[in-house]
Design a protein around this ligand. Structure first.
Ligand code: 73E
Length: 821
C-alpha cells in the first residue's frame, strides 16, 4: 500500500468533497459527482508525492527530459492513478462502504483524448514508464479545448461530435499561472547595432499568453510523480472598449481571437499533413512556451547557459515540435547573446528526433511565404542553419547538386521539417528495427551516409500497468498467482509463464478467463451497438485508425468472400467468427469514411441473414478510444496487424493484443517482425509480401491488379458486389470509388496502391489456418499463453531504458515519503 495513503482519511476526504464542491451529502451524489469527489481525494494523496518528487529533483540537480509532443493520448486517469499509488483494494473498500462501485465511477471520467492514435498513445505510455522508473521528465503539449472527436455512427456513416472533455472541469489538472509566458507571432525583424554587433528585434507582432496546466503522472508504487504540462492560450491584454486608438483596438481584438483559436482543437489527422497555418501556430505556441520555461528553470540553478545540454534534453516526437531547434537558437542568440557557433553547439547537443512514419503524405513541408510571415525571426535562423548546412554538403560532396536537392532544409519554396530535425539534433531514431533499417536504406539514406552516428533504433513499447493490470484484471491476477507480481515493473519476468503453457489445467484456466473477457466485451457491444455476439465464436479484431495502408478494406473484403462461401454452401464447416472493427477516420478523409460505411453495410447484410446461422457476425464498435480499447484487447483471440509491409512504422496495438494473449494475424511489417521473433512464427499467422517485395514493386511502378481480377473468380465476385448494389441496394454506385481504387488507374494514384488484391490469396489462406488451429483448443491455449509469456520485450519500460542509455543519459531519482504526513 502507498505510504501516503490512509483509508479513513480518504473516506473523509470523499465525503468532504461531495459536500464542499456540490453541497450534497454522499447518498445524494450523482455518479458524476461521486467521480469528481473521489478524483479530488485521490489527487490529494498524489499531491504530497508530487511536491516531494520535485523537491528531490531540485536537490539532486537532475538532468531533465522534455518530451515535446503535439499529442498525448492519456485515456482515463482515475483507475490508473489508484493502481499506481497501490491503493486499489482500500479504495474499493471505501467506495463499497459508501455504496459506490469503482467501475461505475471510473466510467464517469471523460477520456482525455489529446491525440489521434499510436503516436499520442506512445507518448502517454512513455510518461507512465518514465515515472515508474524514476526518471526526471516533463511531457510538454497543448491543452486542446476539444480533443479527438467523438464518433457516432448514423445509418452506417461516421459523424464527428466535438469532444467537450473539459465541460465539467477535469479534477486532475492544476493551473500554474505563475509560469505563464508570452509567445509572439508575425510582425517583422528590425536589426540594430549595439555593442559592436547586430541585434534582432521582433516588432509589430501579435502575441498570446501561454498558461500551463499540470497533470500528475504517477509512477507505480515508487512515490514518484512526474508532470504532463499542457499549455492553454489566453489573450495578453484586456483592453478597454472606449479606446480611441483604432489600431490598438483592432490589434486587441485580433490577439483575443488568436488566443481563442490557437488551442481550440486537435487536428484529427493521423499519418497525414494538411499544411494549415493554424497548425504551425499551434506548434510554435507550445514549443516557444516549453523551451522558454526550460531555459528559465535551468537558469534558476545554473550560471552558464553554454552547459544547458548537460541538464536538459528535448525529445521531438516526430517533426511536429521541430521549431524547438530554431527557437532554442533564438533564445541563445538574441537573449543570451551567444555567438552562432556557441548557440549551435548547445542546440545540437540538446535536441533529438524520433521519426514515426515513412508515409510521404505525412512529411511536413511549410511554404516559405507562410513560415516567414508567421515566424519572421525563426525563419531568419532557419535560413542561416540551411546556408551553413548546404555549405557542409558542398564540402563533402563537391559539385553534387543532387545531394543538395535531397538534403537542403529550404528547397523549392518550402521549409522541410524532417531535414531541420535531423540537422539540428544529435540523434535520429526509428520506432522498430525494420522501420529504422528502411529509414537508413531508403527514405533518409543520404542523411545516414553523411551522419551515420546519429541513427539508432528504439523499438516501441506499451505499459503493462494500463494494458494488463488495469485493463484485464482477471488475467493480471492469474499471472500474479502463477509467477508473482514482479512482471508489473519487470515485464520480461512474465516469461516464467511459459512453463505453464503445456499444462492442461492452466490452459483451461486461461481459456476461462479469455471467455469471461469475451462475455464482458459482448455485453459492451450489446449495450453500445445492440448486436448479440456469441462469446464462443472466435473474436477476430482490428482496432486502429482507419487508413488505406492499414488495410481494413482487405479485412472486410475477406469477410464478404467468406460470406459468399457460406451462401454457396450453408453447411460449410467453419468455426463461428465475430469480426470486430473499431476505427476513426480523419474528418476529411473521404475514402476512409466510405470504408466505414462499407463495413457497416456488410455488417447489416450479414448480421441479418438467418440462412448463415450466425456463423459470421460483423461488429463496428463506435468511438474506439483508450477506455474501450482496454476491454477489447482483453477479449481478443485474433489480432489483425495487416498493413502493407513497409508502411506501418511499428504499431503498438499489436503489442497490446499479444500481452493479452491474442494471436497475431499479420504481415512482416513494423514491430510484427519482432513479435514473431519473440513468440516464434509457429505461434502466429504470417502472410503476404515482405517489405523488400513491396518496395521492389513500387520501384517498378506497381503491379497489374487486373490480372488477379481476371483470373480469380472469387475475388472478382467480391469486387462486383461493391458495384452491383449487393450491399447498397438503394445506391449501387455508393462504393464505386473503393472499387476504382483497387482496379482503376484513371485516378492519380496507382491502382491498388496498398497491394490488397496482391496479398488477398495469402491472407485468405492464413485465415483458413486460423479456422483449423482454433479447433485444437489445447494448441490454441498453449499458443495464447506463449504470446503472453513472450511479450516481455514490448514493455515501454524497456524502450525508455534504451532511450536513457543511448540518447537521454538521465539518472534515476528515489523519492522517500514518510507515512501519513
Ligand atoms: O506505426 C505507428 C507507430 O506505432 C505510426 O503510424 C504512428 O506512430 C506510432 C508510434 O510510433 C504515427 N503517427 C503519425 N506518424 N506515425 C502521425 C503523423 C502525423 C500526425 C499524427 C500522427
Amino acid at each position: 500500500m502507498s505510504m501516503g495513503f490512509d483509508k479513513e482519511t480518504f473516506k473523509k476526504s470523499v465525503i468532504y468533497n461531495v459536500k464542499n464542491v456540490f453541497r450534497k451529502t454522499i447518498d445524494e451524489a450523482t455518479p458524476e459527482q461521486a467521480f469528481q469527489a473521489v478524483a479530488y481525494a485521490v489527487k490529494d494523496v498524489i499531491i504530497d508525492e508530487w511536491i516531494a518528487t520535485h523537491k528531490e529533483y531540485e536537490k539532486q540537480d537532475a538532468k531533465t527530459l522534455y518530451y515535446l509532443s503535439m499529442e498525448f493520448l492519456m485515456g482515463r486517469a482515475l483507475g490508473n492513478n489508484i493502481i499506481n499509488i497501490m491503493a486499489l483494494p482500500e479504495v474499493k473498500e471505501v467506495l463499497d462502504e459508501l455504496g459506490f462501485d469503482l467501475n461505475a465511477i471510473e466510467d464517469q471520467e471523460p477520456d482525455p483524448a489529446l491525440g489521434n492514435g499510436g503516436l499520442g498513445r506512445l507518448a502517454a505510455c512513455f510518461l507512465d514508464s518514465l515515472a515508474t522508473l524514476g526518471y526526471p521528465a516533463y511531457g510538454c503539449g497543448i491543452r486542446y479545448r476539444y480533443g479527438m472527436f467523438k464518433q457516432k455512427i448514423e445509418n452506417g456513416y461516421q459523424m464527428e461530435v466535438p469532444d467537450d472533455w473539459l465541460k465539467n472541469g477535469y479534477p486532475f489538472e492544476v493551473r500554474r499561472a505563475e509560469y505563464a509566458t508570452e509567445v509572439k507571432f508575425g510582425g517583422y525583424v528590425r536589426t540594430v547595432w549595439e555593442d559592436g554587433r547586430e541585434h534582432f528585434v521582433q516588432e509589430g507582432y501579435q502575441s498570446v499568453r501561454a498558461v500551463p496546466y499540470d497533470m500528475p503522472i504517477v509512477g507505480y508504487g515508487n512515490n514518484v510523480v512526474n508532470t504532463l504540462r499542457i499549455w492553454d492560450a489566453e489573450a495578453i491584454n484586456t483592453f478597454s472598449l472606449d479606446s480611441f486608438d483604432k489600431g490598438d483596438y483592432q490589434k486587441a481584438v485580433e490577439q483575443e481571437n488568436l488566443a481563442k483559436t490557437i488551442v481550440e482543437v486537435l487536428y484529427p489527422n493521423d499519418n497525414h499533413y494538411a499544411g494549415k497555418e493554424l497548425r504551425l501556430k499551434q506548434q510554435y505556441f507550445f514549443i516557444s512556451a516549453s523551451v522558454q520555461r526550460a531555459v528559465k528553470k535551468y537558469m534558476e540553478k545554473h550560471e552558464d547557459i553554454h552547459k544547458f545540454f548537460e541538464k536538459t534534453v528535448f525529445q521531438l516526437n516526430d517533426t511536429h515540435p521541430t521549431v524547438a531547434v530554431p527557437e532554442l537558437m533564438r533564445i541563445l542568440l538574441d537573449e543570451f547573446n551567444l555567438t552562432w557557433d556557441e548557440a549551435w553547439a548547445v542546440t545540437t547537443k540538446t535536441c533529438a528526433y524520433t521519426n514515426h512514419t515513412i508515409m510521404s503524405e505525412a512529411l511536413e513541408k511549410w511554404p516559405i511565404e507562410l513560415f516567414s510571415r508567421l515566424l519572421p525571426r525563426i525563419y531568419q535562423i532557419v535560413e542561416e542553419i540551411n546556408r551553413r548546412f548546404v555549405e557542409q554538403i558542398q564540402q563533402m560532396y563537391p559539385g553534387n547538386q543532387d545531394k543538395i536537392r535531397k538534403m537542403a532544409i529550404i528547397y523549392d519554396g518550402q521549409v522541410r521539417m524532417a531535414n531541420l530535425a535531423i540537422v539540428g539534433g544529435f540523434s535520429v531514431n526509428g520506432v522498430a528495427r525494420l522501420h529504422t533499417e528502411i529509414l537508413k536504406k531508403e527514405e533518409l539514406r543520404d542523411f545516414y551516409e553523411m551522419m551515420p552516428q546519429k541513427f539508432n533504433n528504439k523499438t516501441n513499447g506499451i505499459t503493462q500497468r494500463r494494458f494488463l493490470l488495469h485493463g484485464n484484471p482477471l488475467l493480471a491476477e492469474w499471472v500474479t498467482g502463477k509467477i508473482g507480481s514482479e512482471w508489473i515493473t519487470n515485464l520480461p519476468h512474465i516469461h516464467r509463464l511459459a512453463v505453464y503453457a503445456d499444462d492442461p489445467k492452466c490452459q483451461q484456466e486461461f481459456m476461462d478467463i479469455k471467455y469471461q473477457n469475451k462475455v464482458r466485451l459482448a455485453k459492451y457491444i450489446k449495450e453500445h451497438n445492440g448486436i448479440d455476439v456469441d462469446p464462443r465464436s472466435i473474436f477476430d479484431v482490428q482496432v486502429k485508425r482507419l487508413h488505406e495502408y492499414k488495410r481494413q478494406l482487405m479485412n472486410i473484403l475477406h469477410v464478404i468472400y467468406l460470406y459468399n462461401q457460406l451462401k454457396d454452401n450453408p453447411n460449410l464447416d467453419m468455426i463461428p467468427r465475430t469480426f470486430i472493427f473499431g476505427a476513426k477516420a480523419a474528418a476529411g478523409y473521404k475514402r476512409a469514411k466510405l470504408t466505414i460505411k462499407l463495413i457497416n453495410s456488410v455488417a447489416d447484410v450479414i448480421n441479418n441473414d438467418k440462412s448463415i446461422d450466425g456463423k459470421i457476425k460483423v461488429v463496428f464498435i463506435e468511438d474506439y478510444k483508450v477506455s474501450n480499447a482496454e476491454i477489447i484487447f482483453a477479449a481478443a483471440d485474433v489480432s489483425e496487424q495487416i498493413s502493407t509491409a513497409s508502411k506501418e512504422a511499428s504499431g503498438t496495438g499489436n503489442m497490446k493484443f499479444m500481452l493479452n494473449g491474442a494471436l497475431t494475424l499479420g504481415t512482416m511489417d513494423g514491430a510484427n517482425v519482432e513479435i514473431v521473433e519473440e513468440v516464434g512464427a509457429e505461434n502466429a499467422f504470417i502472410f503476404g509480401m515482405t517489405s523488400d517485395e513491396v518496395i521492389g514493386y513500387e520501384n517498378k511502378g506497381g503491379y497489374n491488379p487486373m490480372e488477379i481480377f481476371n483470373n480469380n473468380y472469387q475475388i472478382r465476385r467480391v469486387l462486383m458486389q461493391l458495384i452491383n448494389g449487393y450491399f447498397a441496394p438503394q445506391d449501387p454506385e455508393l462504393f464505386r470509388d473503393i472499387y476504382n481504387s483497387l482496379l482503376n488507374t484513371q485516378s492519380s494514384d496507382r491502382a491498388d496502391t496498398y497491394f490488397i488484391l496482391k496479398d488477398f490469396p495469402s491472407y485468405a489462406e492464413a485465415q483458413q489456418r486460423i479456422d483449423q488451429a482454433y479447433r485444437n483448443e489445447t494448441w490454441w491455449a498453449k499458443a495464447a499463453i506463449l504470446n503472453v509469456a513472450c511479450s516481455g520485450k514490448f514493455t515501454s519500460d524497456r524502450t525508455i531504458e534504451e532511450y536513457v542509455n543511448d540518447i537521454w543519459h538521465l539518472e534515476k531519482v528515489k523519492v522517500e515519503i514518510e507515512a501519513n504526513q
